[in-house]
Design a protein around this ligand. Structure first.
Ligand code: GLN
Ligand code: ZN
Length: 758
């Protein structure tokens, strides 16, 4: 079809990772906050990182390179500064670096702005606070400085802005206003910002409106029309950029806003490409987000070629840009840094650097880049066919599952009687969520063991001693159900990944989570299976040290899935169920070893929710089944717990009930038990441990305070239904405050319990 002389489409990037290939920005920021790095040095580090990014994209041959994708902390905070909408409580006037970080981080003077997840990513942004007293005085310093900085390097960039409607939608109203009332003032500010960019010599701007892929609340479609009508007179080409999903019922809207270009996500929503092409306005540019910005697998260039060719045939290569589906912020830097990774697995991976190269080759096409296409074909086929990633027994087992594998033998009503009798727990039993303080000495020993400077035996003895101390302390405090403390775990997902087949780990695959914080997600590349028991030894050892019941601790299938890079060659549901089967065996092994209470944590269940409500039922169905598959293989007398820790559960309560865990513990301390009313309204039948101790701060709540919270819980729940526990794991706390707080917690439980005895 396409001959070698036919013109190529353009290539564009939407954003590059910024934390630094070796997390240079993280370390500079933390030194700066600590006071051991001068501001000038922090600025210099940042400048170097930006220049490296531009240079590398230029060298790769990208046509369109972004600027303003750098941030010292968060791009949403940058947008707030840009449009002059920073909360008044942080002062007024130009935002200095010191004030910028005050808004981002808690200090003695001020609580920082709230943070929440950026769509369905693991990136967290600072939530705009909409109120009537915002100044809306634009500050284009950073935006223009970065544009000029790149220009000096010979790169005329396409600056990135968060669009006004997405920005409004992401914020929360802090006084009684409707954020939409702020639209006129906000748009005036955006006009000024865009005007400044025109003056600076920008030709194109990338204006991010991912809000177009979610269900728009009332009034927001009109807001989009109003906003983009206002921008139409500005002599600047806007690339309206949507990502993380399909436009769905906003497709007409997105195509009708009169922007010079439209970027769509063709990875998550390949089906929308033809529809969008059909709706484009004459001469409108299409940016095809065809390289996955959310995952780390090499592209299938042949398959993509088949997506691109018809688009080019229809509108001409000069109107097409090839791009990643979203900013590359969500993937690590470079697979070349992974020298410890299995070479074969590494050849299947594509990080930011590789994705940029894929774009350039893809644009050249299968003839001009024949060798690259051939190599890609080879790798792709190797990945799909790899024997090492396939476990026939696991696949077989999945096909034989029947209803009974997803159901406990008896209903909770019957189980509860058996458990009461066998476990003999008091009313309002006390317990913790699993982890105990991960102190400096533990981290040191782990690092030494990893480096090989201490032997496995020495390390193991050390952990045993920590575990024993932890158990003695829990006994002294007077907790009813003990835990072993999780000292052997570096991280609740990584630990399980390291003990399961199908996982790979990078040494440098960091992705920014928020500010200077990064995570290094495990990679699930193959079928998941468990060669031998993972936690039984620790739980049994801990149990042997005490007469009190010991709770076994596992991370649930959905949480492992959510916090990993997951293979994309089989449905997620299948990966979740493979994980569930491995955990099911672990649960049963724990039971066989005499562990009668087993907690399967699912803090990430809610965050896996799809962005569109219409996609929720399917996700909730398979994820609830994954949990049930993992936990339902035990006897009536074995008590299954789960734990979740983000406050908004109301909208998924039926699914939480459907997990059919005997006990759920969760975060409620900060919301003063508000959430429990929803559980009551729903008629939640099983037991609940509403957290009465907020572990997110070193503050020790007094006994009276916890009695108060417990009484609030008992206003709503039946006493036999209630457990007493903190609202999350204690690993970030120190021992002294932990002992004090848990002692108060046990006394609070005793006091309230005594009231029932009378
Ligand atoms: N069991 C884990 C812990 O106590 C749970 C952590 C979590 O909810 N994120 O640390
Ligand atoms: Zn938690």
């Amino acid at each position: 079809m396409s001959s070698t002389s036919s013109p190529s489409p353009f290539t564009a990037n939407l954003g590059y990772p910024r934390i630094g290939r070796h997390r240079e920005l993280k370390f500079a920021l933390e030194d700066f906050w600590r006071g051991s790095l001068a501001e000038a040095d922090l600025l210099a580090t940042a400048k170097t990182l930006r220049q490296q990014n531009w240079q590398l994209q230029k060298d790769a041959g990208l046509d369109v390179i972004p600027s303003n994708d750098f941030s010292f902390y968060d791009q949403v905070l940058d947008a707030m500064v840009l449009v002059g909408a920073t909360p008044a409580r942080f002062g007024s006037g130009p935002v200095t670096l010191a004030r910028y970080f005050q808004m981002a981080r808690n200090s003695n003077e001020q609580t920082a702005m709230e943070m929440t997840k950026w769509f369905d990513t693991n990136y967290h942004y600072l939530v705009p606070e909409w109120s009537d007293d915002l100044a809306f005085t634009p500050d284009t310093t950073k935006l223009l400085a970065e544009f000029a900085e790149a220009k000096e390097l010979g790169v005329v960039t396409r600056p990135v802005l968060i669009g006004p409607i997405t920005l409004l939608l992401l914020g929360k109203a802090v006084d009684n206003i409707d954020p939409l009332d702020l639209l006129p003032r906000l748009l005036a500010t955006y006009r000024k910002v865009l005007g400044d960019l025109v003056e600076a010599g920008a030709e194109w701007v990338q204006i991010d409106e991912p809000a177009l892929i979610i269900d728009l609340p009332a009034g927001y479609a009109e807001a989009f029309r109003a906003a983009y009508a206002e921008f139409s007179g500005i002599p600047l080409k806007l690339m309206l950029t949507t990502y993380f999903g399909g436009l769905g019922d906003n497709l007409e809207l997105a195509c009708s806003l009169g922007t010079a270009g439209l970027h769509i996500d063709a990875v998550r929503a390949p089906g929308q490409v033809a529809a969008v092409v059909g709706k484009l306005q004459p001469r409108q540019m299409l940016s095809l987000g065809c390289i996955d910005g959310r995952n780390i697998w090499i592209a299938d260039l042949d398959a993509l070629q088949k997506v691109i060719a018809p688009v080019i045939a229809k509108i001409g290569a000069e109107r097409v840009q090839l791009a990643p589906s979203c900013s590359l912020l969500h993937v690590p830097y470079d697979t070349a840094d992974e020298d410890k990774l299995d070479l074969r697995v590494r050849s299947w991976l594509s990080f930011a650097q590789q994705k940029v190269e894929e774009l350039v080759q893809l644009a050249k096409g299968p003839e001009a880049a024949a060798e690259v296409f051939a190599e890609n074909r080879h790798r792709h086929q190797d990945r799909l066919a790899a024997e090492s990633s396939t476990n026939k027994a696991v696949r077989q087992r999945l096909t034989t599952l029947g209803d009974a594998d997803f159901r406990r033998t008896s209903a909770y009503r019957k189980r509860v009687g058996v458990q009461r009798e066998e476990l003999g727990l008091p009313l309002l039993p006390t317990t913790t969520i699993g982890s105990f303080p991960q102190t400096q000495d533990i981290r040191k020993q782990r690092a030494a063991h990893k480096k090989g400077t201490i032997s496995a035996a020495v390390y193991n003895d050390f952990l045993k001693q920590k575990t024993e101390e932890c158990i003695r302390r829990q006994e002294e405090i007077g907790l009813d159900v003990l835990v072993h403390g999780e000292f052997e775990r570096n991280d609740m997902v990584e630990y399980f990944g390291e003990h399961l087949a199908g996982f790979a780990f990078t040494s440098n695959g960091w992705v920014q989570s928020y500010g200077s914080r990064c995570v290094k997600p495990p990679i699930i590349y193959g079928d998941v299976s468990r060669a031998r028991a993972i936690t039984v030894e620790w739980s049994s050892y801990a149990s042997s040290l005490t007469k009190r019941p010991m709770k076994g601790m596992l991370t649930g299938p959905i949480t492992i899935l959510q916090w990993s890079f997951v293979r994309n060659d089989i449905p997620e549901r299948e990966v979740a169920w493979q994980l569930a089967l491995a955990l099911r065996d672990e649960v049963q092994d724990l039971e066989a070893a005499g562990i009668r209470i087993i907690q399967v944590d699912e803090p990430a269940l809610r965050e896996g929710l799809p962005l569109r409500r219409s996609d929720w039922p399917e996700y909730l169905d398979w994820s609830v089944k994954a949990f049930r598959l993992a936990t339902s293989g035990v006897k009536d007398g074995t008590q299954i717990h789960t734990h979740m820790c983000y406050c908004q559960f109301e909208d998924i309560l039926p699914s939480i009930a459907a997990l059919d865990a005997d006990v759920i513990s969760m975060e409620t301390a900060r919301s003063r038990m508000e959430m429990l009313h929803a559980f009551k309204r729903h008629g939640y039948p099983n037991e609940i441990g509403p957290g009465i101790y907020d572990i997110h701060s070193p503050r020790v709540p007094a006994k009276e305070e916890m009695v108060g919270l417990l009484r609030l819980a008992l206003d709503v729940l039946r006493p036999e239904q209630v457990w007493v526990n903190p609202d999350c794991g204690l690993k970030t706390r120190a021992w002294p405050e932990t002992i004090e707080a848990l002692t108060n917690l046990c006394q609070a439980a005793a006091e309230v319990r005594a009231g029932f005895a009378k």
